[in-house]
Design a protein around this ligand. Structure first.
Ligand code: GDP
Ligand code: MG
Length: 763
């Protein structure tokens, strides 16, 4: 079967093209470096099926980063039948730089001139026929996004793949060409494949090549000793790069005629003047983030009820009293209550309520059905409390996770997130961290796993380590249920009525912890030089609806699948452990169960964090929930759901609240006598501790040998220390001064130490 490889600069649309050709749903993001590994799919619309390989984006074939090595080696070693070089036509000159390098390999290639829809919209023109003539390589205009020109592209690629192509170079007029040619002939004599490509890399003094061709390099070095260029001295790499750019701008660039625009700033530039402003940039980012969290978690849409006095459903006389509880009088009112009750709810909360209504109605019927079938007591318990209690708790949050991810994908796809990395670069460069590191961190808001894989794009090994360690602090979608449920309880306790501000602050706390630990690690165990940050800002796009939907569908599938597999399984285990004693007798009192005894054993360790020994008999549920969170973070809330149902079935708790119709979990949490600072500390602990198993495995795969155990320890220590500080300071505000004094002391100690023991290359 034929294999075609997609190669091109970051953000030129490779993945969009890949998805369009193969019908897959790989992640497309409007920032560079989203694809870090190669990926394969099938194209079936040609006369024969063709395997398509999406390679990581690269600026050149001189490998500095792991993904450049992946792409280069793929073309050299795996010898695809054709390389489809995707060129972002809105950035012709810079993209052709890579083209001139791929051309030097002996591999069939075609050029896909992508983003033609943008070029047309801007009124620019490209003479692709003449470009094809001058390059000697087929050029096809396409729009990966709109799907135009793809059939022609694939037909030309298939045709091209039938005959071999000899590499050629644009460096023929360059003063080094003589040397290049001699080296090429020498390499050909050794029957080395791709002689022209290797010859040029050798002349450029490319590290990998120099190692590979130890004998030939002597000849190159001999020549070089007699060579002198006025401008570049003996920096041959720069000399070659300069020659390439000169050739491109002389021969290829004139083929693009830009529409006269005068000196007016483009819309993107105007927006950037504000959004990436030195002072306004960060506040704007925080405001946007808050708006997103408000729309996802806030009960009171735009705080309208604070402005207008709106009547509640009870005031409207729509509720009736049943057994001392006020409930909706009919299903219509229940539906209305999902959207409005004294305040118009936000989209996230409306969806949450609807999902809750659906699951609780459905689960009610299941329980009734089981009872009608005469199911035994323990089956009813397992299904009703264990499974449905646990799953229901998690399922209701799926819509909110989706809403949050939708907003974040919009930010990413418009190109705004790339700006955020740029703004953050300006601030954190002085602390030794480049803006590039923030891309995987921000990706962590979705899921830690792809974010951890993305750290491969960082060149500096230490920067990679510290980025990877802080990714879990950017609270992922699966931690959202913890935030919402617990923040909601806190809001109730302190009388705020709306958890959205608390949830937002929790996200901010996560980011602050990340930033502080980055700075600490960078100045202690992971010292090193800041790597240069070369990311050009992509133009703002209107996000593609199809792309967003693909992305969301993928995520929804992921969460729902997780609910019905790993969470279902662990919920059943939790139910059994909380219903049986060590000698496998079913117990009526959950406090005698296996789970309780494990929880009670661990409980004292959490006393400084506020949810340890100071709590009543049920206090162990927090410890148990946090431990089950290691399986999957949703499991924290699932465990609460299961235990809450058992707890209420026991009839213990707070009778006044039960009469008000507070839910089981809330009753259980209050029944433990926990304080709100301890609840906040509980959220912080879950946010900063060891992530789920899957993420731990990803971290193990991405860390250098020997660093993994330190990474685990880092998570344990950080979460323990930070949660303790949060609990102590919120409970006794004056302790803040003690902690500040300690912090100042630590900073001075580190500075003094670093002055005495400087690291090479760090000032
Ligand atoms: P990759 O980094 O090369 O894989 O690029 P992606 O496929 O992730 O695309 C980067 C951005 O460019 C995304 O926001 C895409 O929606 C956008 N994009 C890709 N192809 C086109 C196109 O043909 N036209 C336009 N207007 N946008 C495109
Ligand atoms: Mg990609």
């Amino acid at each position: 079967m034929k294999r075609f490889a997609l190669a091109g600069n970051p953000n030129c649309g490779k993945t969009t093209l890949f998805n369009n050709l193969t019908g897959s749903t790989a992640h497309v993001g409007n920032w560079p470096g989203v694809t870090v590994d190669k990926r394969e799919g099938m194209y079936k619309k040609c006369s024969e099926p063709i395997s398509i390989i999406d390679l990581p984006g690269i600026y050149s074939l001189s490998p500095y980063t792991p993904e450049e090595i992946i792409s280069r080696n793929y073309i050299l070693d795996e010898k695809p039948d054709c390389v489809i070089n995707i060129v972002d036509a809105t950035n012709l000159e810079r993209n052709l730089y890579l083209t001139t390098q791929i051309m030097e390999m002996d591999v069939p290639m075609v050029i896909a001139l992508n983003m033609m829809d943008m070029v047309d919209k801007q009124g620019d023109k490209i003479d692709e026929k003449e470009l094809e003539n001058r390059l000697g390589i087929p050029v096809v205009k396409i729009s990966a996004l709109k799907g135009t020109g793809l059939k022609e592209l694939m037909d030309r690629a298939l045709e091209t793949s039938l005959k071999a192509r000899k590499g050629k170079t644009v460096l023929e007029g360059c003063e080094l060409y003589h040397l290049i040619n001699d080296v090429r002939i020498a390499l050909e004599g050794q029957s080395i494949e791709n002689p022209l490509f290797h010859a040029i890399k050798l002349v450029e003094n490319d590290e990998l090549e120099v190692k590979m061709h130890a004998t030939t390099i002597k000849m190159v070095d001999e020549f070089k000793s007699t060579f002198k260029n006025d401008l570049f001295g003996t920096d041959f790499e720069a000399l070659v790069a300069d020659a390439r750019y000169k050739y491109i701008s002389k021969n290829y660039s004139p083929l693009m005629t830009k529409k006269e625009k005068g000196v007016k700033l483009s819309k993107s530039d105007k927006a950037d003047k504000v959004l990436t402003n030195k002072w306004a940039g960060i506040p704007i980012f925080l405001v946007i983030l808050f708006a997103i969290f408000h729309l996802t978690f806030g009960e009171d849409f735009l705080y309208l009820s604070k402005i207008f006095a709106l009547p509640s459903l009870e005031d409207l006389g729509l509720l009736v009293e049943v057994e001392g509880e006020m409930v909706a009088s009919n299903f219509g009112v229940s539906l209305l209550a999902c959207i409005y009750d004294g305040a118009i709810f936000t989209p996230g909360v409306i969806l949450f309520n609807l999902m809750d209504l659906i699951t609780s109605t459905l689960f009610g019927y299941i329980t009734l059905g089981l009872e009608a079938l005469g199911a035994s007591e323990w089956v009813l318990g397992l299904v009703g409390d264990g499974i449905l209690g646990g799953l229901g708790g998690v399922l209701s949050f799926v819509p909110q996770i989706i809403v949050l991810l939708l907003f974040l994908s919009i930010l990413e796809d418009t190109g705004y997130m790339a700006r955020v990395a740029f703004i953050l670069d300006r601030i954190f460069r002085r602390f030794g961290v480049s803006g590039r590191a923030f891309i995987p961190m921000i990706m962590g808001f979705g899921c830690s796993i792809p974010a951890m894989v993305n750290t491969r794009t960082l060149t500096d090994e230490r920067e990679r380590t510290l980025t990877l360690r802080t990714i879990p602090f950017f609270s992922c979608g699966a931690k959202l249920p913890i935030l919402v449920a617990v923040a909601g309880a806190v809001a109730h306790m302190v009388g705020m009525g709306d958890g959205s501000i608390i949830s937002f602050l929790m996200y901010v706390v996560g980011m602050v912890v990340a930033i502080v630990s980055i700075i600490l690690m960078r100045s202690t165990t992971q010292r090193g030089e800041v790597s240069p940050f070369i990311m050009e800002l992509p133009a703002y796009h209107v996000p593609s609806f199809k792309g967003l939907m693909i992305h969301l569908w993928d995520k929804t599938k992921h969460y729902v699948k997780k609910v019905f597999t790993i969470i279902l399984a662990s919920t059943i285990v939790v139910w059994f452990l909380s219903n049986f004693t060590w000698n496998w007798n079913m117990t009526g009192d959950i406090n005698n169960s296996i789970l309780a005894s494990i929880g009670q054993f661990l409980q004292p360790f959490f006393t400084p964090l506020g949810f340890g020994s100071q709590l009543n008999s049920f206090g162990w549920v927090f410890v148990v929930a946090a431990v089950t969170g290691l399986i999957a973070k949703e499991e924290v809330i699932a465990t609460f759901g299961t235990l809450g149902a058992l707890f209420v079935a026991l009839g213990t708790g707070v009778p006044e609240l039960a009469a008000e119709g507070a839910n089981d979990v809330y009753l259980m949490v209050l029944g433990t006598g926990i304080t709100w600072p301890a609840l906040i500390s509980f959220i912080v602990f879950n946010m900063t501790t060891i992530p789920c198993f899957a993420a731990v495995a990803a971290a193990k795969g991405e860390t250098t040998k020997g660093k993994f155990k330190w990474t685990l320890l880092f998570w344990i220590v950080t979460s323990y220390v930070v949660s303790t500080i949060v609990y102590v300071v919120l409970s006794w505000w004056w302790t803040l001064f003690i902690f500040l004094a300690v912090a100042v002391g630590v900073v001075f100690a580190i500075r003094a130490y670093n002055k005495k023991h400087p690291v090479k290359g760090v000032n």
